[in-house]
Design a protein around this ligand. Structure first.
Ligand code: NAX
Length: 333
């Protein structure tokens, strides 16, 4: 039998945590043949709720789940971690300025970065889901100098999946039989925020260029891009609560793809540390088209970026630069 993989989930008692843990324990994170050990991190007030979830996990009798431990101490929670899912974050509340939000999250992601640096396994992979995800990942990464920077990533896979769904819907509206599985090479660029740029100019639908197939610039600018970028707000409006199951599903997809690789002829979107590709300043954690293989990611190179795309990528990357400047000023990185 295989040695269990240690998976630490922060914010385990939250709504994404509840949608995530049962699927991790049933093999959707790493595969149906990989046993997992869960380590849950919560704030002291939410430990009891996390214990309740752990009771339910026990009651599922998942064959792959080899144990659950619950902590309110990051150093203990990240000890020996192979896959770290950083979901818990400080939400923006009424009257909170952006600086306050960044500072509050710095108070969470700095110590978590330090704890990962101190105790994580050599092969640790980190996914930050908690918002502002890109900048929270940057804060954690900057406090983990002994962990290679490329192991810190932030989630734009939900945006990627939303873009696949919207594009498939549009093409089906023209009478074509298209499923999300027929769409390859979708890209989300930039920040996981309303400035993100979902790019269909390199995407393919059943082997044909997606932008040419759709051939509707008005839809692209005034429907597709804003619908994808503002989908989180639309879900809150409809459901009365923010995206949870879809966010959990995307987190599973992100890690599964990172570990198991992208298919030939396809790529995915991940926010990863920039090496300067496509003019994105080195060191920013920005979303790119990436391929993965053997547990490593690589930014897809050589794509033509036209003026329309350039302006949108630059706008989102500028926002990331501003967030980096703000957390620098606050002494958080
Ligand atoms: P909830 O408020 O339901 O849960 C958050 C949990 O985190 C709470 O149980 C809280 O006690 C815990 N927590 C807070 N500080 C902690 C700390 N220092 N250590 C450990 N746990 C801590 O939020 P939920 O709906 O689960 O969302 C979690 C995060 O995901 C939010 O920041 C949210 O904005 C973000 N999202 C990110 C998405 C993405 O695509 N990157 C999409 C979905 C989601 O909005």
């Amino acid at each position: 039998t295989r040695t269990p993989v240690t998976v630490t989930v922060t914010g385990a008692a939250g709504q994404i945590g509840y949608a995530l843990l049962f699927r991790i324990a049933s093999g959707h994170l790493l595969g149906a043949d990989v046993p997992v050990r869960l380590r849950l991190l919560e704030i002291p007030q939410a430990v009891k709720a996390a214990e309740g979830t752990a009771m339910e996990l026990d009651d599922c009798a998942f064959p792959l789940l080899s144990g659950i431990d619950i902590f309110d101490d990051a150093t203990k929670a990240f000890d020996g971690v192979n896959v770290a899912l950083l979901v818990g974050a400080r939400p923006r509340t009424k009257g909170m300025e952006r600086g306050d939000l960044l500072e509050a999250n710095g108070g969470i992601f700095k110590p978590q970065g330090e704890a990962i640096n101190a105790g994580a396994a050599d092969d640790v992979k980190v996914l930050v889901v908690g918002n502002p995800a890109n900048t929270n990942a940057l804060i954690a990464q900057s406090h983990a100098p002994d962990v290679p920077a490329e192991r810190f990533t932030a989630m734009t896979r939900l945006d990627h999946n939303r873009a696949l769904a919207q594009l498939a819907k549009k093409v089906r509206g023209t009478g074509a039989r298209v499923s999300v599985a027929d769409i390859k090479k979708m890209t989300i660029w930039g920040n996981h925020s309303a400035t993100q740029y979902p790019d269909i100019f390199h995407a393919e639908i059943a082997g044909k260029n997606a932008a040419e197939t759709v051939n509707d610039q008005n839809w692209l600018e005034n429907d597709f891009i804003p619908t994808v970028a503002k989908r989180g707000a639309a879900i809150i409006e409809a459901r009365g609560a923010s995206s949870a199951a879809s966010a959990a599903s995307a987190a599973l997809n992100h890690v599964h793809t990172w570990v198991n690789g992208t298919a030939d002829g396809d790529w995915t979107s991940m926010a990863v540390v920039s090496d300067g590709s496509y003019g994105v300043p080195e060191g920013l954690i920005s979303s790119f088209p990436v391929t993965t293989k053997d547990g490593r990611w690589e930014i897809v190179q050589g794509l033509d970026i036209d003026d329309f795309s350039r302006a949108r990528i630059d706008a989102s990357v500028n926002e990331l630069s501003e967030e980096r400047d703000a957390v620098r000023k606050l002494g958080l990185i």
